[in-house]
Design a binder for this molecule. Sequence first.
Ligand SMILES: C[S@@+](CC[C@H](N)C(=O)[O-])C[C@H]1O[C@@H](n2cnc3c(N)ncnc32)[C@H](O)[C@@H]1O
Length: 236
Amino acid sequence: MNEFKHKGKDKKEFVKYIFNDISRSYDFLNHFLSGGVDIIWRRKFINSLGFSSKDKVLDVATGTGDVALTIKKKFKCEVIGLDISANMLEIAKQKSKKNNFHDIDFIEGDAENLPFDDNTFDKLVISYGFRNLGDFEKGLSEFYRVLKPNGKLGILEFLQPKSSFASKLFKLYFNNILPRVASLFSNSKAYRYLPESVENFFTSSELKDLLIRSNFKEVHVKNLTFEITTIVNAKK
Ligand SMILES: C[S@@+](CC[C@H](N)C(=O)[O-])C[C@H]1O[C@@H](n2cnc3c(N)ncnc32)[C@H](O)[C@@H]1O
């Protein structure tokens, strides 16, 4: 029995409300609850995409901007971050200013209705954002539309683990430990929503099939840390 909605307009509204609410504790809790391993996952994700300084990059669901800022710092390319939560973007803008980056645009917008022309970006990345969309097919058709031909899509996500060991480990931590610890610092709903959203999300092979049905090619899946998190790469 689900406590939360896992698709459609109600989900989108809830997700927007929850990320606006937890924006101030988001970075601290990410690093604290993962023991800092999330930083390594994001770094591996970024390295999987082969950026160059000439790339025009869109970081969808950029949140507090960690992926966008790391790409900018490392590759000095053109980066835009987009998110539906104004409060998450506010933190991203503060971090950008602190790093003296004056040319990253952080834009409020919806991944399912991107405010860009067709064939605009060389790379589109989405880290722990895709699972939160109200309509996955709509999101992917927008990603496909704004990518240039042969442009690369990178998704970093928590998917449903395949192996029973990973699944047990995942459930123990995400269902029992994480919501209890997180509720001491933040809106507890957000951290009850997280494991439920993973349970209602795809396995890696289901996501691969969806990407292929959405016209993406060269779809590759790489599991990290006992399948706790997964990098999915594809090309337009
Ligand atoms: C778990 S956070 C991930 C933030 C960041 N990418 C990271 O790696 O830490 C998920 C983000 O997705 C954003 N989001 C959810 N649905 C969205 C949508 N339809 N369009 C744009 N952003 C969305 C949320 O506001 C939130 O900032």
